[in-house]
Design a binder for this molecule. Structure first.
Ligand code: ADP
Ligand code: MG
Length: 305
């Protein structure tokens, strides 16, 4: 659906996007995961046609993304990172403004506004000025305002920063339902939990470059080890721990051993040894690596500075 080919964007001497190539297919819930300053919002604004790239090409269904083109405009919805709402107006009035900008009016507009307000739990507060809303309410309104015209691609730029868990869940549920109904979503975030929960594919972005791209499972295999096993440092496990030292990295902290097997050490061998020692399976916990660890491995820094 959306395709980027060697897209570069500079702000003066700073290269915010550095030769990014990406293909996003219809129906995807695509994640852009990266820390502040990675280039996520720049990518979103280019995808929305708000800025031209300095080099490279962006196409939407094979047609160059151009802001002035009405087809581009109606195909896209953008949920900007900084709220784009009129504070003095009510939710109802804001949605009327956005709907009319997209040529909606009359019964259709009323219906879509009612539906949008109900979907994010703002029906009761619809006549109150937006400036009286909590951060989470504003975020929910900012989200549905981008969808009134039923775009086929939603660009969602960090829509949950600094909000309460209830609003966050409402946003997740709403986006998941829209995606199941066929909406293609590009979602940027610096929270690995969000990318893990929501996204069918994830691009790890930093310093304007895509460092890795794939499903969660594919990204996790980028780590040098696949599994980490914890178990208590007690007499029953002492012999096992001694054996494991040569098979990977064994660290002991706070009465627990943590074992990171070497890449070529099969977990079946680990469990064979535990059985040979007569140890109960409940002594062991296998921890899945996290996206945070993948990010650190690929970029040498954490998602959150
Ligand atoms: N309008 C702008 N003028 C100058 N520099 C900018 C502008 N917008 C973003 N930048 C810089 O470009 C880089 C990428 O920013 P941005 O795309 O906003 O990243 P993210 O959304 O991932 O935090 C950052 O170093 C940022 O400071
Ligand atoms: Mg941003």
């Amino acid at each position: 659906m959306l395709s980027l080919r060697s897209v570069t964007k500079r702000y003066g001497a700073l290269t915010a996007l550095d030769g990014v190539s990406l293909d996003i297919a219809r129906g995807e819930f695509f994640g852009l995961l990266g820390p502040n300053g990675a280039g996520k919002s720049t990518l979103m604004s280019l995808a929305a046609g708000l800025r031209p790239p300095d080099a490279g090409v962006l196409t939407l269904d094979g047609v160059a993304v151009t802001p002035s083109d009405p087809a581009t405009r109606t195909a896209l919805g953008l949920v900007p990172q900084s709220l784009a709402l009129y504070d003095e107006l009510s939710a109802l009035q804001n949605l009327q403004v956005f709907g009319r900008l997209y040529g909606l009016h009359g019964g259709v507009l009323r219906e879509r506004i009612d539906e949008a307000l109900a979907a994010v739990g703002l029906t009761d507060r619809r006549r109150d000025q937006v400036k009286t809303y909590s951060g989470g309410m504003k975020r929910r309104l900012n989200l549905v305002a981008a969808l009134l015209h039923r775009p086929k691609l939603l660009l969602c730029d960090e829509p949950t920063v600094g909000i309460d868990p209830q609003s966050r869940n409402a946003i997740f549920d709403y986006l998941e339902a829209r995606n199941r109904a066929g909406l293609t979503i590009i979602y940027s975030t610096h929270y690995m939990e969000e990318a893990t929960r929501l996204c069918s594919r994830i691009a790890i972005i930093d310093h304007g470059r895509i460092h890795a791209l794939g499903t969660l499972d594919e990204l996790l295999t980028r780590l040098p080890f696949e599994e980490e096993i914890g178990f208590p440092a007690i007499p029953a496990t002492a012999a096992l721990a001694a054996e494991l030292g040569a098979q990977g990295t064994l660290t002991t902290l706070d009465g627990r051993h943590r074992f990171e097997p070497r890449a070529d050490f099969p977990l079946s061998a680990f469990y064979a040894r535990t059985e040979a020692h007569g140890l109960a399976p409940r002594l062991f916990t296998a921890a899945r690596p996290t996206l945070e660890a993948v990010f650190l491995h690929l970029t040498g820094r954490n998602l959150r500075e």
